[in-house]
Ligand binder design. Structure first.
Ligand SMILES: [Zn+2]
Length: 192
């Protein structure tokens, strides 16, 4: 799924289990981290654009390094190092990463029916066991858009109730403005 959807999934599912705002952010961001293995696409684009020897990092690395047990453990450890409630945040970061895997398994197909993305849970050490679902819907399918829209409503309703939204990760001032606008429009008790 898209990074926005992954973030909203992690935030809406796990945020309330963590008291500290810093930990809420870390665990939701952990749900984005698996796709860092797709950043090779930037290099591939640059080498093609600049006429350098062609690279294929995206095809070679995406889903191989970030989408498995090893990555989940590394991400959980990184969150533990940065979090306030270390053990709880690490466990929930591990869960957050697996929510990402589950979302990719159900909704990240390519254009054709045969373009199903699987997950090699033990990669990069072994690609012997691929997990895949034959019913996987397209990455750009209506299902992902509907899920994203519903999650956005869930997150905003929660923000009205708590006075805190994920926007605070980027800017506390922007978050305060958003909460004020939402409360003026929808009332502060609507999500209780
Ligand atoms: Zn992914």
């Amino acid at each position: 799924m898209s990074p926005i959807t992954h973030f909203l999934v992690g935030w809406s599912a796990l945020e309330r289990a963590l008291p500290a705002r810093r930990d809420k952010a870390l665990v939701a961001l952990a749900g984005l981290a698996p796709d860092l293995d797709g950043l090779g696409i930037v290099v591939d684009f640059a080498t093609r654009t600049l006429g350098l020897p062609e690279t294929n990092y995206y095809q070679d690395f995406h889903r191989l390094f970030g989408h498995g047990l090893a990555a989940a453990l590394v991400i959980a450890l990184a969150v533990a190092a940065l979090a306030t409630a270390r053990r709880r945040a690490a466990v929930l970061a591990f869960v957050s990463v697996h929510l990402h895997f589950a979302c990719d398994l159900v909704g990240s197909r390519g254009n054709g029916p045969e373009d199903i993305w699987g997950i090699w849970y033990f990669a990069p050490f072994s690609t012997a066991h691929e997990i895949a679902w034959s019913g996987q819907w397209p990455l750009v399918g209506w299902q992902n858009m509907a899920i994203t829209a519903v999650l956005l409503v869930v997150v905003l309703r929660r923000a009205v109730a708590t006075g805190y939204s994920p926007l605070a990760i980027v800017s506390a001032r922007a978050d305060a403005a958003l909460i004020a606008a939402l409360r003026a429009r929808f009332g502060r008790h609507s999500a209780r």
